[in-house]
Ligand binder design. Structure first.
Ligand code: NAD
Length: 364
């Protein structure tokens, strides 16, 4: 390593070991195994892994035998990198898999994330992180114990429009933030057999699915964790949404005096983040779809090149593993959001009571 590189490592605040590790691994791309080959893996993650710079699709884990050959042929996967749910733990001896990415129904996140950690693999776990806070803790503990990295599939933290909102907020470009409105909702009323309507597999309805985006928007829109929440549930199709929440609104208070109103639904279309500040405003609409996001502020349009959010997200995680760059969506962030989800459900169960939250800087 040259003296100049050591100097810039010290200046950038990176531990020297990380930079040395980076150089050792410069030519290495990390192998990712996708667990669960449903629509998100098929149409977003696998195609994105064809373009990632620091990782690639190395293997699959599927419960559907017919998918094995289809994926093997399509992505030229070696037979020894193909697993099912039963023989998954054998992945421990597979040196070509570095990261296991869990893309299963929510009820299976904790089991597979913990098994992946025990096999010594770095873990990306899809959102919502798990069914409850207890499971989030179990995943975090397993990853810490195995000394592997843990990231949550919060793609927006790697995405330029969201990063710009975070920059505006932290630089106080528009002064104090007074109000955030955030909505993350879509209509899904024609597929009664989907697992998202089965509370044993999903853990909840709109709130567990799109709701975490609305919660996240309120947090990066203020740069703070909420100190209290009140919430309400609305049901217009109780025969369809038998087990899971259809529409939820919730209000957050923040230490700075800012407040937020969020809405999430499986029976309304809305996707927006709006922030009102002392000296202007900002808006993303849409704010959490895959592509393309769009943004404006009181000063004008926000415009960035459209890139695959999933590609950026997986490269960010791979760089975190390889180079020691920040983990932009760590397990603590997923756990914090689950604490808020549980508080929202508790408020609803108690007739909209105000639930205090004591999150400190968790996940910020
Ligand atoms: P999906 O229904 O399309 O796929 C689910 C996969 O799990 C399928 O391959 C299915 O065979 C498998 N599976 C195993 N056991 C199952 C069971 N008991 N019931 C149903 N399916 C079972 O779901 P998806 O949209 O790919 O979502 C998977 C995960 O990814 C969820 O946690 C979801 O929240 C998350 N997700 C995240 C994003 C994002 O933008 N970050 C987007 C979509 C989905």
């Amino acid at each position: 390593m040259s003296k100049g590189l050591i100097g810039s490592a010290v200046l950038s605040g990176l531990p020297l070991s990380c930079v040395l590790g980076a150089n050792q691994n410069n030519s290495k791309k990390l192998g990712v195994a996708l667990v669960g080959l449903g629509s998100y893996s098929t149409y977003q993650l696998a195609p994105a892994l064809e373009d990632t710079e620091h990782c690639f699709l190395a293997g699959i884990v599927t419960g559907t035998a017919e998918k094995e050959k289809i994926w093997q042929d399509k992505y030229n996967l070696p037979s020894e990198n193909i697993y099912n749910y039963d023989n998954f733990d054998e992945i421990v001896s597979n040196k070509s898999i570095d990261i296991v990415y869990v893309v299963l129904p929510n009820a299976m996140h904790a089991d597979f994330s913990i098994r992946a950690a025990r096999a010594g693999k770095h873990v990306i776990c899809e959102k919502p992180m798990a069914m409850n806070v207890e499971e989030c803790d179990a995943i975090i503990t397993a990853c810490n114990k195995a000394k592997v990295k843990l990231g949550i599939g919060y793609r927006l933290h790697s995405e330029p429009y969201t990063k710009e909102i975070k920059r505006i907020v932290s630089s106080k470009e528009f002064g104090k933030i007074n109000y955030i409105g955030s909505e993350a909702a879509y209509r899904s009323t024609t597929n009664p057999d989907q697992w998202r309507l089965n509370v044993k597999l999903s853990g909840g309805g709109a709130l567990m699915n799109m709701g975490v985006y609305a919660i996240q928007s309120a947090i990066y829109g203020t740069g703070e964790n909420p100190i209290s929440v009140t919430a309400q549930e609305f049901s217009t199709l109780p025969e369809y949404f038998k087990e899971t929440d259809e529409t939820i609104t919730a209000q957050f208070e923040f230490e700075s005096g800012a407040f937020a109103n969020i809405m999430t639904s499986h029976n309304v279309s809305a996707n927006r983040l709006f922030g009102s500040c002392d000296k202007g405003w900002f808006e993303l609409d849409p704010a959490s779809t895959y592509i393309p996001l769009a943004g404006r502020t009181s000063k004008g349009r926000i415009e960035f090149k459209q890139e695959s959010q999933q590609q950026l997200q997986m490269d960010d995680f791979a760089k975190h593993v390889l180079l020691g760059t920040p983990n932009v969506a760590p397990g603590e962030m997923g756990k914090r959001d689950m604490i808020i989800v549980e508080a929202i459900y508790r408020s609803i169960a108690n007739g909209g009571a105000k639930i205090p939250l004591d999150l400190g800087n968790m996940g910020l």
